[in-house]
Write a protein that binds this ligand. Structure first.
Ligand SMILES: [Zn+2]
Length: 265
């Protein structure tokens, strides 16, 4: 048996043929568990024929606070760049989805937990500005632990910057769809991920601001089952829909046509 051809599902623990998972957009064929997609995989799964132009590739992070935790920030950046082959924790793509020209900003969890520092914030803002300049819709796919600790207050400022850029898009009545994948937490949830004209999540994604342990300790109560998961948040009115990955692209196309008042040909 060639070990590289097989993998274990994180959820049902079944041993699965890798190609069967890939054929289903990285969803477990046995239990519907949604494996995490990288930013390039996500963009390829949404854009027509998997084709898109990469935008803002040249923007790279510095270490403005000369931050060192157990490792210098530069080293963490270099390691993540090597591991993901990406310059930062977000990729901006331009192309068509169902024939509609759109900008998509996809976050990369493999790069420091998809955390948002000044470069990720800048790139998300630039994606919104490009959408505004061309008057085309914007999609942001969030997979992010929140703002990046290593840039301190500069990271927190990205919440205001991205929100302001999205506000300008809203004033111009240009559609913005937010797709929340597992996990979307912290300042990402508290800024751009929840500002969509539609906020759509994948099934069973962890979505929240503070983590459950912090909340339990603060309110001194046991949290309900499924707390901070997509389906629970939908029931509470925090999301507009929960969409299985196999239906995500057709859903996005339908939503864009509706928001653009552009009936299917
Ligand atoms: Zn499974």
């Amino acid at each position: 048996m060639n070990e590289g051809l097989w993998t274990r599902c994180n959820s049902c623990q079944r041993i699965l043929y890798k190609q069967d998972i890939l054929d289903k957009n990285s969803v477990c064929p046995a239990c519907d568990f949604h494996f995490r997609l990288s930013a390039p995989e996500r963009l390829a799964s949404l854009f027509d024929d998997g084709q898109f132009e990469i935008l803002d590739h040249e923007v790279k992070s510095q270490n403005p606070l000369a931050f060192v935790d157990s490792q210098p920030y530069e080293k963490r950046l270099a390691d993540s760049q090597k591991r993901t082959s990406l310059p930062e924790a977000v990729v901006n793509g331009l192309g068509t989805v169902g024939g509609i020209r759109v900008v998509i900003s996809a976050l990369e969890f493999g790069f420091m937990g998809g955390s948002v520092g000044s470069v990720v914030g800048e790139k998300v803002a630039r994606a919104a500005e490009r959408a505004l300049a061309e008057r085309i819709p914007l999609l942001i796919v969030s997979v992010s632990g929140g703002m990046r600790m290593q840039e301190g207050i500069l990271s927190l400022m990205q919440m205001a910057k991205t929100s302001a850029a999205l506000g300008r898009l809203g004033e111009a009545k240009i559609p913005f769809l937010s797709i929340l994948a597992d996990p979307t937490t912290g300042g990402t949830t508290a800024s751009f991920a929840m500002l969509g004209d539609l906020n759509i999540a994948e099934p069973n994604a962890l979505i929240g601001f503070a983590g459950p342990i912090v909340i339990e300790q603060t309110i001194r109560e046991k949290l309900p089952k499924g707390f901070q998961r997509s389906e629970f948040l939908l029931k509470c009115g925090m999301l507009d829909d929960v969409v299985h990955r196999k239906n995500l692209k057709p859903y996005v196309v339908r939503a864009l046509r509706l928001l653009l008042n552009k009936p299917a040909e």
